[in-house]
Design a protein around this ligand. Sequence first.
Ligand code: AMP
Ligand code: ZN
Length: 137
Amino acid sequence: MKKESCIFCKIANGEIPSSTIYEDEDFRVFLDLNPATRGHALLVPKEHFDNLFELDDELCKKAMVLAKKLAGQMKEALGCDGFNLVQNNGETAGQTVFHFHLHLIPRYEGDTAGITWNQGKASPEELEELTALLKKK
Ligand code: AMP
Ligand code: ZN
């Protein structure tokens, strides 16, 4: 399904032009207008899903296989030194466009993308408590 008010539905389905680097029946991959680094691209399903929690399982699998393929091609073409896959869900996690997308971010020595977080410290008790909470019975 498409969502009328969704800009990524419009881009993914070609109603709004984009700098497309890949397209198939399920996905469009296009360059981000506000790139973190040179070559930053967005992998977007043509169907609308708000986020990862909503995403169809088959498309989820296909998205990761496609991301792997494109990351390899982009590394080759751009000569980047590393690569981040980033995927935000919910405003708190930094999502600003509420149509599932995967960021493909080439990384270069000395770039300023700054994809990082402050490392905390988990106590043994905390690890135990969380393991019990999260591990599937
Ligand atoms: P997120 O913050 O994970 O929701 O990422 C949304 C991304 O979409 C941001 O990196 C924006 O720069 C990018 N973006 C928003 N609108 C467009 C557009 N029309 N074309 C290309 N990229 C866009
Ligand atoms: Zn959409």
